[in-house]
Design a protein around this ligand. Sequence first.
Ligand code: ADP
Length: 629
Amino acid sequence: MRLNLRTSIRNRRFWGWGAAAVLYLGVTAAAAEFTWNRAIDALADVGEHRLDLYAASLKSELNRFETMPAIVARQDSVQALLAAAPHASAPLQHEVDTYLEAVNRDAGSLATYVIDRHGAVIAASNWNQPRTFIGTNVSYRPYFKDALATGTGRFFGIGTNTGMPGLYFASAVRGAAGPSTGAVAVKVSVDALEQAWRMPGEAAMVVDGNGVIVISTAPGWKFMSVRPITEQRQRAIQASQQYAGRAVEPLSYRRVDDWKRDAWLGNFPDWRTPGRTARYLVVSRPLPQAGDSLMVLQDIAGAYRQEHLAVAFVTGAFLIAALYGLYAGQRRRTIAEKLKAQDALRRANDELEWTVAHRTAALTAANERMQREITERELTEQRLRDSQQEVVHAGKLAVLGQMAAGLTHEINQPLVAIRTLCDNARTFFERNQPAQAFANLDRIARLVESMAVLTSELKAFARKPDVERVAVSLNEVVAHARFMYEARIRDEAVQLDVNIPSGTMVYAESSQLQQVIVNLLGNALDAIRDAETRVIRIEAVQPDPQLGRVLFTIADSGGGIAPEVLAHLFEPFVTTKPRGHGLGLGLAITSRIVEGFGAKIYGANREDGGAQFSIEFAAATSQRAEHGR
Ligand code: ADP
């Protein structure tokens, strides 16, 4: 999904740049074409203006000289000279020559001369110059031929005599009524026109009917042809010596493109830099008066420059736009990323705050819960401690109850015996048998003594528990317990084996330890009451004196601990005994007391039958035990 999105963004960007490139190319092409068209149109307009100007100046030049030969032809002296030719008098000849010289000077033409009907020049304005026209024959010249045939003649040509190019005007000289007796011709220089038309980056020229350039501001192009010339025409040109007998060379150019009517683009030799070709806009116009045409060539380098400038401008504008686009895109991306980062930060912050608040609330709740639990636990503990004390006490009472039955028996018997012995002693005294009476008194004393022992044991048991742990002799405690159950052991024919090395001392509290042993021994006696063999074995070993441990065991030959009881042996109110015989508190109290000694108690069934209870005591030295006592 993310990949698709990225690809689509990349595609969009690609197409965006593609469209911009196409737009750039389109706009550039349009701008280039528009600028080019405008520049060329402007050039064409300028060319048209030039054509107007040059046509007007050419026309005025032609008009100025066109009528001049006709005026000269009307001169009487000229006509007289022609009539007298070739035998004219020297004064007439001189008169005509000086007249021609004056007219020529006044008009500003190159030469003015009179031609007889055979084409021979018989008078000329340059009569007194070394290269005078007088004596030359111009019968082959078209202007002379045209003048004789039609009355007037005109052409561009190069003087055969002088070698100078010029414009020739001729007019026929007619006699009073007869045919033409000759002609008058005027040769005009075109240098002034060429000078006036010369413009930088431009070429102006006049092309005659042969397609030959006769006036040109481009040096070297004069008398070159702009049209192909046929062999026949070439020969005719040679014959008329129009261009002083030189062959007409074609001007090598190529028409490249038509612009509009009378305007086209062409590659021409560059007249400013020989050997190079340049492109020009050519505008031309026919000159009806002369049957020729006028052409203006304009350099189009300026149009190229304008076109390049337009392309550069458009490129610059696009570059600026592209740079701005890149900048804006980058800026947009940066802002978007910044916003995204801010958003992510805010979200993370919110999340963190939420988590912290949540955790704090959870912690506070947990804390409160814990506090409550602690309080409850403390209360429970307190209650437990209280009830434990009660239970211990209750357990003691229960044992006392059991003991009371035994004691009744134990005390009743000596009491009965004492009663009997007293009665007997009285009788012995009455019979005056003091020895027997004294013997009875001794027995009574022993019985009382044994009863005193019994009560002292009871006193010891009922004594308030001494919380201080001291070294207690195991043998002594076991002997006390044994004494407590003496009657049962005897009556129920129980074999009680005690095997405790003398001097075995354990850390305990004497009366509590006694309660423990009494409990365990009582349970063992209960267990073997109905058994076939009634054996109870009490042992203590010190497996490793270095370890300071004493392992005490009491094993019986009873039926063993019931399986359902085994797992809950030391829990209170667990009993298998009939109602009124057991509370199920004995082992619970025992284990509590043992734990109080820092010892451990275990209960298990032996493999060969019967139960075995073990207590692992911390051993105490006899010295300390003595001291403790
Ligand atoms: P009680 O003697 O009042 O039943 P105890 O806590 O002393 O309470 O004993 C719990 C139970 O453990 C007894 O009811 C009995 O089932 C079992 N038990 C204790 N000692 C022995 C033993 N030596 N052999 C078999 N079972 C025993």
